[in-house]
Design a protein around this ligand. Structure first.
Ligand SMILES: NC(=O)c1ccc[n+]([C@@H]2O[C@H](COP(=O)([O-])OP(=O)(O)OC[C@H]3O[C@@H](n4cnc5c(N)ncnc54)[C@H](O)[C@@H]3O)[C@@H](O)[C@H]2O)c1
Ligand SMILES: *[C@@H]1O[C@H](CO)[C@@H](O)[C@H](O)[C@H]1NC(C)=O
Ligand SMILES: *[C@@H]1O[C@H](CO)[C@@H](O)[C@H](O)[C@H]1NC(C)=O
Length: 328
């Protein structure tokens, strides 16, 4: 994805916790910062320095390494990974940061005690972001003196590729912090969406997990197998929804009468499906069969291939938006 503006030489970003998500964020930031020394990493794993030096370069490997796609031409030079600051304590990690994002364990008491400490050592103007998938900012900030700078900035994995960031402030987050966060990601060509209420799971995961529940139900009922269900999604709503979301899609599907026409035509079927939705729960006993079927179908999934194809798809969508008028 081409970077839309000149490189940023003033922002100083500290990432706390660099597992799956934090490391991917690090890779993203390195492509937008003027110098890798503007990035600080703090993680309590004892081998953090070696781990970062050995794992981060993998994000920058050429996408063409095992297949030749001649259109991926603009491969930028590799960042100097050894210029990244690896902090050895939390206070030193945050002391001069302008942005601090935590991607540590999904654990409420970890996050509340972290932010209370961060607040004591970070500049008073630093923005404070949590990658959490489900612990609202209003709970994370319970031990802070001033919760106005903290908000959830929830990525869709992997964040070095996926454009979406769900911005979920608490009722105490200031409008200025929300605005500055929106601008930060927009400047970098990302798609930050302001979620207006602290709903369980935010929005993207709620939608995905609603589909997942019905998928489990259909497999459990013997309607289709795991692989067939995946093929159905990949060959229908998957590509459709990359182009237009469900509302726009069905608005188009209703012809000139739009969404109203769509419900006029097949609202009855929609309602019957809604009434018939399955309600499997985690731990209900469907797991063994479904897990086994997935293992037998896919073994260990190659995420390198997933990421390479996703990048190409997003690139096409971006080119199309550039060519045919901006959407939203
Ligand atoms: N994995 C996903 O798909 C995904 C997607 C969106 C959001 N998230 C959220 O991102 C956060 C991180 O998830 P992950 O999957 O990267 O987890 P992970 O286990 O891969 O990484 C967590 C990292 O935190 C480090 N850590 C542990 N204790 C620490 C401490 N006290 N101080 C600093 N670092 C510490 C660990 O060493 C590890 O590197 C979670 O809050 C999760 O809900 C995850
Ligand atoms: C990379 O950064 C390190 C640490 O700042 C520095 O010592 C080294 O000279 C840099 N290498 C290059 C090629 O710039
Ligand atoms: C959550 O974090 C707290 C404080 O850091 C720690 O004491 C506790 O063991 C953690 N809980 C789990 C389930 O990891």
């Amino acid at each position: 994805m081409p970077s839309p503006s000149a490189k940023d030489s003033t922002t100083k970003i500290t990432l706390i916790g660099t597992g799956t998500i934090g490391l991917s964020f690090a890779a993203f930031h390195l492509t937008h910062l003027a110098s890798p020394s503007q990035l600080t990493i703090y993680d309590t794993r004892p081998d953090v320095a070696e781990y970062v030096q050995s794992q981060l370069p993998k994000f920058f490997a050429s996408p063409d390494q095992n297949q030749n796609h001649d259109q991926d031409t603009n491969t930028p030079p590799l960042p100097n990974f050894s210029a990244i600051t690896i902090a050895t304590s939390l206070p030193s990690a945050v002391q001069s940061a302008t942005i601090i994002q935590e991607s540590g364990p999904e654990n409420l008491s970890f996050k509340t005690s972290l932010w209370a400490q961060v607040e004591r050592h970070a500049p008073s103007t630093a923005l404070l972001w949590s990658s959490t998938s489900g612990i609202p900012a209003s709970q994370q900030s319970s031990s802070m003196a001033s919760p106005s700078r903290l908000l959830v900035v929830h990525p869709y994995n992997p964040p070095h590729i996926m454009p979406l960031l769900e911005l979920v402030p608490s009722p105490d987050t200031s409008p200025e912090a929300i605005q500055a966060t929106m601008e930060f990601w927009e400047r970098r060509g990302r798609v930050p969406i302001h979620i207006k209420k602290e709903t369980t799971g935010f929005v993207a995961n709620r939608l995905a997990f609603a589909l997942l529940r019905e998928a489990v139900h259909l497999v459990q009922q013997g309607v289709v197998g795991v692989q067939e269900l995946d093929r159905i999604v990949q060959t229908s709503m998957g590509p459709r929804w990359a182009v237009a979301g469900p509302f726009k899609s069905y608005h188009a599907g209703g012809g000139p009468a739009g969404l109203e026409g769509f419900f006029g035509n097949i609202g009855g079927t929609v309602q019957k499906c809604w009434e018939d939705l399955g309600t499997p729960s985690v731990g209900d006993g469907w797991e063994e069969g479904v897990f086994r079927e997935a293992r037998e179908a896919y073994g260990v999934v190659d995420v390198g291939e997933r990421d390479r194809i996703t990048r190409r798809l997003l690139q096409v969508l971006e080119e199309e938006r550039g060519a045919g008028g901006k959407e939203e």
